[in-house]
Design a protein around this ligand. Structure first.
Ligand code: PEP
Length: 254
């Protein structure tokens, strides 16, 4: 049975007050869920200790980014070891905002994936095409390139800590969601590419991201290759986020 995961990416949003309000509510409700979903909160790094204190051990915590370097004179960076030290279990890597606004290449994403895995974190590699690439009929080619490059260094004993999040760039923060058919088709392709890379593809959780809300989550999670969601805006509202967590069917996954 594949793991089912709903991860909330707060991006550069939130405050100490939001953590104090939202996280205990989420923790209490998640403790009562019986659908086996693993819930992760990915706040700005400065709030990780506070989120962890409120969430642990029911809700896991992650970082939105980490350095491709191990340690040293890299002002402003946070290492994978520091994320582990702070109690994180997950790291988002290669989010489209990092790729687009901070010029993160596939090679940088691959280095960060390896830092995360070597440090014991689970790496959530984000991939997805732009609207222009989709309109040009290149969505599959682009996503295949990102998956194969980003995960090129993963060793045979590390796949159990790899998660892929398919997030079409045109669906992030726009209110537009891929159709369930489009999401399923891309997830099935990602699983095939993972298999061709030698990964235990049937065991790798594949999350969908891009304007997932309480009212579309159930349909997306019902698709056979959609193992959960990476949630942006809706993760900042406890009720909405919890409705998405509840939308995971009990028997989801293979
Ligand atoms: C994201 O930030 O990864 C995301 C999917 O955002 P949103 O849910 O707001 O589209």
């Amino acid at each position: 049975m594949r793991r089912k995961i709903v991860a909330g990416n707060w991006k550069m949003n939130g405050s100490a007050d939001l953590v104090a309000d939202l996280v205990p509510t989420v923790r209490k409700a998640v403790a009562g869920l019986d659908n086996g979903v693993e819930v992760v909160i990915v706040p700005p790094a400065l709030y990780v200790p506070q989120v962890r204190a409120e969430a642990d051990p029911v809700v896991a915590v992650g970082v939105q980014n980490l350095s491709g370097y191990e340690a040293g004179a890299y002002t402003g960076e946070i290492s994978a070891a520091m994320a582990v030290d702070s109690g994180c279990r997950y790291a988002l890597i290669g989010h489209s905002e990092r790729r687009r606004l901070f010029a993160e290449s596939d090679q940088i994403a691959a280095e960060k994936v390896m830092r995360a895995l070597e440090s014991g974190l689970s790496a959530i590699l984000c991939v997805g095409e732009t609207l222009e690439e989709r309109d040009q009929g290149r969505a599959e080619q682009v996503v295949e390139g990102q998956v194969c490059a980003g995960l090129s260094g993963v060793g045979p004993d590390q796949w159990d800590r790899v998660v892929v999040a398919y997030e079409p760039v045109w669906a992030i923060g726009t209110g537009k969601t891929a159709t369930t058919d489009d999401a399923q088709a891309m997830h099935a392709s990602i699983r095939r590419w993972l298999g061709e890379m030698g990964a235990p593809a049937q065991d790798v959780p594949l999350l969908y991201g891009g304007s997932v809300k309480a009212d579309n989550a159930a349909a997306l999670f019902a698709e056979p290759d959609v193992d959960g969601g990476l949630i942006g805006g809706a993760s900042l509202m406890a009720d909405e986020f919890l409705s998405i967590c509840r939308a995971m069917p009990v028997n989801a996954g293979n």
